[in-house]
Structures are given as structure tokens and as C-alpha cells.
Design a protein around this ligand. Structure first.
Ligand SMILES: CC(C)(COP(=O)(O)OP(=O)(O)OC[C@H]1O[C@@H](n2cnc3c(N)ncnc32)[C@H](O)[C@@H]1OP(=O)(O)O)[C@@H](O)C(=O)NCCC(=O)NCCS
Length: 190
């Protein structure tokens, strides 16, 4: 039996997130839309992540939820481009390929959304994965996001220009479909 939970980022998570960005295979990062020349140094990544630990919700530039399998961190979801009270851009990452494509991503996103919507008082969350990166596109659709556009942009400061799918979820849809679901998920592996 596996238990999936989420919690806010802590200091002890920072080396794991940094490791993911610095040590993931170049092919994987490029497929995800990352410009390898823009990946910050581990020191700079650590200090960017540490900043949000001490910021109030209405001052955060980024807000990260850690995804845990049986209490062990295995990934994260963060929002950035935060307009407190309005909208933010969401990203999804399971750090180890062994934990991908098992259905965890959908459940982790559903468990993370209440933190983003409620603590940042958002009206809308959007996510812009590379249009050819199938896993996040499928996950967002399964969670209940709506595809509103496909266009070329540089979706984040570590990306290159790329075709993205823009997925959105409004507070209204979130409250109607996800908010009152269970916040802890138990998965019985077959
Ligand atoms: C994006 C991510 C968090 C999704 O989590 P996940 O646990 O792998 O996804 P799920 O198992 O919940 O799958 C959701 C759907 O995507 C499909 N899927 C997952 N990985 C896939 C892949 N590599 N290729 C095609 N479809 C895939 C699943 O089959 C499922 O669809 P289905 O139910 O119709 O079969 C995870 O795959 C990941 O971390 N990927 C690498 C990082 C990344 O690309 N992040 C996006 C940056 S915005």
C-alpha cells in the first residue's frame, strides 16, 4: 500500500530539487522545454528556493509544494509568476522516471491545488507545458484543466521559445470539482 501526500517546501527539500535540475539528463530537460544554458548554478538555485521559505504568501514570487510517497519526497509542483489574489503559473515534476506514469501526477496535482488557490487567493491557475511533452498535457487534462490556446512563447526564464499548450483552471471549477476531495490519497498497487 502506498500513501501519497503533499506539504509545503522545507529547507531539507532544497538539495533534492537542486539535484533534479542539475543532474537530470540533458535530453530529458530539452524535451521538457529547458534551455540548458539557462540552468542556474546549484548555489543560485538553492538561494532562489530558500527565499520563498521566509516570505509571506502575498509577497511570494514562487510557492512550492513537495510530493511525498510514503513520507519520502519524490517530486514537487510549484507556481511562479504569482499575481496574489489573481493568477499564477503552475509546473509539475516527479524527479525520478521510475515514479512517472503510474497515475501519481494526477493525484498530486489535485492535492496541491487547494494550497495554491487558497493560500495565494487565486482566481485562476494556468500551466504551459511544451506542446510535445505528453505527460503534463495528459495530466492537466485528467485533473480537469481546460486547454485554451496553443502558441509559441518562452514560458519561463529557464526555457527556450517553444510551442506550448496553455491549460487553465478557474477557482469556480476548482471549488466545484476538487476542493472538497480527500487531501490524502492511498494507492493500492496491483
Ligand atoms: C508531468 C508528470 C508530473 C505527470 O505525472 P505522472 O504521474 O507521470 O502522470 P500520470 O501517471 O498521472 O498520468 C497522467 C496521464 O499521462 C500519461 N502519461 C504519463 N507519462 C506519459 C508519457 N511519458 N508519455 C505519454 N503519456 C504519458 C498517462 O498514461 C496518463 O494518461 P492515461 O490515464 O490516459 O494513460 C510527470 O510525468 C513528470 O514529472 N514528467 C517529467 C517532468 C515534466 O515533463 N514536467 C512538466 C513540465 S511543465
Amino acid at each position: 500500500m502506498n500513501i501519497l501526500t503533499v506539504r509545503e517546501i522545507q529547507q531539507s527539500d532544497i538539495p533534492k530539487i537542486t539535484y533534479y535540475w542539475v543532474n537530470s539528463k540533458p535530453d530529458f530537460l530539452v524535451h521538457m522545454g529547458v534551455d540548458l544554458s539557462k540552468i542556474p548554478t546549484p548555489e543560485s538555485l538553492s538561494s532562489i528556493l530558500a527565499e520563498q521559505l521566509v516570505q509571506d504568501y502575498d509577497k511570494k514570487g514562487a510557492y512550492c509544494m513537495i510530493w511525498l510517497l510514503n513520507d519520502e519526497p519524490i517530486g514537487h509542483s510549484n507556481v511562479n509568476k504569482i499575481n496574489f489574489g489573481k493568477d499564477a503559473s503552475m509546473h509539475l515534476h516527479l524527479w525520478d522516471a521510475n515514479f512517472r506514469d503510474r497515475g501519481y501526477g494526477v493525484d498530486f496535482v489535485k492535492m496541491s491545488l487547494p494550497y495554491f488557490f487558497d493560500n495565494l487567493q487565486l482566481e485562476n491557475i494556468y500551466s504551459e507545458p511544451h506542446a510535445q511533452n505528453l505527460s503534463p498535457n495528459k495530466t492537466l487534462e485528467k485533473v480537469g484543466f481546460t486547454l485554451v490556446d496553443t502558441y509559441i512563447t518562452m514560458p519561463g526564464w529557464i526555457n527556450y521559445d517553444q510551442p506550448v499548450n496553455r491549460w487553465e483552471m478557474s477557482r469556480e471549477v476548482f471549488e466545484r470539482t476538487i476542493k472538497y476531495g480527500a487531501l490524502q490519497k492511498t494507492v493500492i498497487d496491483a
